[in-house]
Design a protein around this ligand. Structure first.
Ligand SMILES: [Zn+2]
Length: 306
């Protein structure tokens, strides 16, 4: 059975060694240590080797590459080597630098499907953190410029002392099922033939199950009892900071009525069709890629006997 440990971007996590985050002297020593492992990010994109299968890993020589932005401590590998992501200034160009020819800064979605699970997890984590810093430079309490602390895992406001932590926004991503059929939806901007599970952010004051049922009714007009929700697994999704929580919901109604602002269409498909979608043999639907949790939700349901 698939669990959260098998889902891309979340599998093979390293030891976060969070106790080092507050130890400035240790961090400073670690980034210059002979065994340090550093990869670069720029504008949310990891530097990926030309083979597309690895991050470009640097050692202490990273200090020679400027201009740099934030240094994020991501933990330690199995041998205890410290791992950092370094955010490169947007003006930095690979061409003419020490890294010329090593690889390219690569769109995260494209990069993640080629990288090893551990490297995809690291790049995904770095992207989420760095995007949070980029989008939250000011204190939400008093408006002063806040400062990065704890190796990238927190911001503090020098003016009012408020502490700010990286966001993780829970999203219910659900497959509504009824009588051996499941419901897929598509948004107007998606490529032709692409259908996926419905999804929506959890709002204050509601449970994941309630959010799933509410979104299902709002987007597709289908009613479901939140109590029927079955949790499958979840996936951190760094675009920029969601936690996609996979749910199967037992639908009580079947008549689709789509909310056009959200969806262009929704349709029921049989379990046999779902298997065709996953096998790439369905005549007019193709599945979300294996990197996305929606793929695994559909697969988990399609592989059940009934
Ligand atoms: Zn403040």
């Amino acid at each position: 059975m698939t669990t959260s440990n098998d889902i891309p971007l979340a599998s093979h996590p390293n030891n976060r060694a969070a106790h080092h985050r507050t130890d400035e002297a240790w961090l400073q020593n670690a980034i210059g240590a002979d065994n340090v492992l550093v990869f670069l990010m720029q504008k949310g994109q990891p530097l990926v080797a030309a083979n597309g299968q690895n991050l470009v890993w640097l050692g202490p020589e990273v200090a020679k590459i400027t201009p740099q932005g934030e240094q994020i401590f991501l933990g330690e590998d199995k041998a205890g080597a410290p791992i950092f992501a370094v955010d490169m200034d947007p003006t930095f160009k690979l061409e003419g630098s020490l890294l010329q020819g090593s690889g390219d800064f690569t769109d995260m979605r494209a990069a993640a499907s080629g990288l090893s699970p551990m490297e995809a997890n690291l790049a995904s984590t770095a992207r989420s953190l760095l995007e949070w810093h980029r989008n939250h430079p000011f204190c939400a309490k008093c408006g002063a410029k806040s400062e990065v602390t704890e190796a990238g895992w927190k911001r503090v406001c020098p003016s009012c002392g408020a502490e700010h932590f990286p966001r993780t926004d829970p999203v219910a991503i659900m497959l509504a099922v009824k009588d051996d059929k499941c419901l897929l939806g598509r948004q107007a901007g998606w490529p032709a033939g692409f259908w996926s599970a419905l999804a929506g952010f959890v709002e204050p004051g509601e449970t994941l199950e309630q959010a799933a049922a509410r979104e299902l009714e709002e987007e597709a007009g289908i009613k479901a009892d939140p109590a029927s929700a079955e949790y499958l697994f979840c996936q951190p999704w760094p675009f920029p900071s969601s936690l996609m929580v996979g749910i199967i919901l037992e639908a009580q109604t079947t008549e689709v009525s789509v909310e056009q602002d959200e969806l262009e269409a929704a349709r029921w498909i049989t379990r046999d069709e779902a298997r065709q979608v996953l096998a790439g043999t369905h005549p007019d639907i193709y599945a979300p890629p294996p990197m996305a949790v929606a793929h695994h939700i559909l697969k988990a349901w399609a592989e059940r006997d009934s």
